[in-house]
Ligand binder design. Structure first.
Ligand SMILES: Nc1ncnc2c1ncn2[C@@H]1O[C@H](COP(=O)(O)OP(=O)(O)OP(=O)(O)O)[C@@H](O)[C@H]1O
Length: 364
């Protein structure tokens, strides 16, 4: 499998970085962790802007090893920063064309495709001075794409924007992800953004990689800090089964169960992502009687972890055999004890809230 392979070690000033991971060279990989843990340092090292010891290869091309260190300009990367650094004296069109290598092969990302994906056709003759923050960032992404990168590096591209502008840009990022076969490394410390965009996750702490792998796997790992955090949740990639026009509810299948939620019509067979917060899942040992909770799923308790705040986080496997998708449930220690819950027990997971977080269908 074609991968992005990274192994850097060394110091930057007094900061020690020891970062090693390997992720598929496709889709979006989020680099996630608290401020100062070394996310940007890793990204700059991949770009060749930091020179640490180690190795880096992308889809089989070695950018750095014991013998090689490609300079920045020889690495086929697009780099998008927090602030769009466009040339103020050039029009949007000329900003986009800047760094465009000219006629390229059949797999190249075309000018018209980029303009349409990012919704910037109306801005082409404008000056960057007269664009909103969100528009500027879309143009910066377009410029990075037109340099025909083999890897797109995005360092908190939305963090300088207010929530409304973020919400305006996120669908464009989802469209890029859905339409382009280009691996993206995406730094964020906003878990909501990660849950919406990422397929893979690299979890960092204090200059090291705690874990890397599929987002849904890391979210459901009780040994990692995500599963015990305040907004612990799982992301589930689901298939649309049907939409009921009368009550406006859509049914989606995940391994081991179905979810029903209010949504606009979605085509059957398409894939969407759901997010379920651990705090929104309560447990019952018998079939719950009549209630307003729409989603009650058979599940098995697979693992548990007691928290210091008198609560318990349980990892559930959906389905009678517990072999289906993973969910997290967080309940009080008292309820846990009163119901006699334990690992291995078959339960009913009552899901009070489920959100549709990704609207675009990713490339198969
Ligand atoms: N060239 C450098 N020289 C000295 N120290 C550096 C250098 N580059 C990074 N650092 C230090 O390394 C640490 C990690 O920085 P980095 O910017 O990678 O963190 P981050 O996880 O991206 O943080 P944030 O989310 O706040 O952007 C910081 O303490 C920073 O001061």
């Amino acid at each position: 499998m074609s991968t992005v392979k990274v192994d850097f070690h060394g110091t930057l000033g007094r900061f020690e970085l020891n970062a090693r991971f390997e992720v598929p060279a496709r889709g979006v990989t989020a680099i996630f962790g608290p401020s100062g843990c070394g996310k940007t340092a890793v990204m700059r090292s991949i770009a060749g802007l930091n020179r640490l010891d180690g190795r880096c290869s992308v889809a089989g091309d070695v950018w750095q090893d014991e013998k090689t260190f490609l300079p920045v300009h020889r690495r086929p990367i697009g780099y998008v920063f927090q602030e769009a650094n466009l040339f103020p004296h050039l029009s949007v069109r000329r900003n986009l064309m800047y760094g465009h290598p000219g006629p390229t092969g059949p797999t190249a990302i075309g000018f018209d495709e980029v303009v349409s994906l990012l919704g910037i056709a109306k801005l082409l003759e404008r000056s960057p001075r007269h664009l909103s923050g969100g528009e500027r960032q879309r143009v910066a992404i377009g410029r990075a794409l037109l340099s025909q990168p083999k890897l797109l590096l995005m360092d908190e591209p939305l963090s300088a924007l207010d929530q409304m502008t973020k919400d305006e840009i996120l669908p464009y990022l989802e469209r890029l992800h859905a339409a382009l076969d280009l691996p993206i490394l995406y730094i964020s410390h906003d878990i909501a953004e990660v849950e919406r965009l990422a397929d893979q996750l690299v979890l960092m702490r204090n200059g090291s990689v705690l874990a890397s792998g599929p987002l849904s796997v890391l979210q459901a790992d009780l040994t990692l800090p995500l599963a015990l955090s305040r907004d612990a949740a799982v992301s589930l990639d689901a298939t649309v089964l049907k939409h009921d026009a009368i009550d406006g509810m859509v049914t989606l299948a995940v391994p081991g169960g179905h979810f029903v939620l209010p949504a606009e019509p979605l085509a059957s067979g398409t894939r969407r992502r759901l997010r379920v917060l651990a705090d929104d899942v309560s447990l019952a040992v018998e079939t719950p009687s009549r209630s307003t909770i729409v989603n009650v799923l058979r599940a098995k308790i697979l693992e548990i972890r007691s928290q210091s705040d008198h609560r318990v986080t349980a990892l559930l496997g959906l389905g009678e055999d517990g072999q289906g998708a993973r969910l997290l449930s967080r309940v009080t220690q008292r309820s846990w004890n009163e119901l006699g819950l334990r690992a291995g027990l078959a339960v009913y997971a009552q899901v009070k809230g489920v959100a549709l977080v990704r609207r675009e269908e990713p490339v198969a």
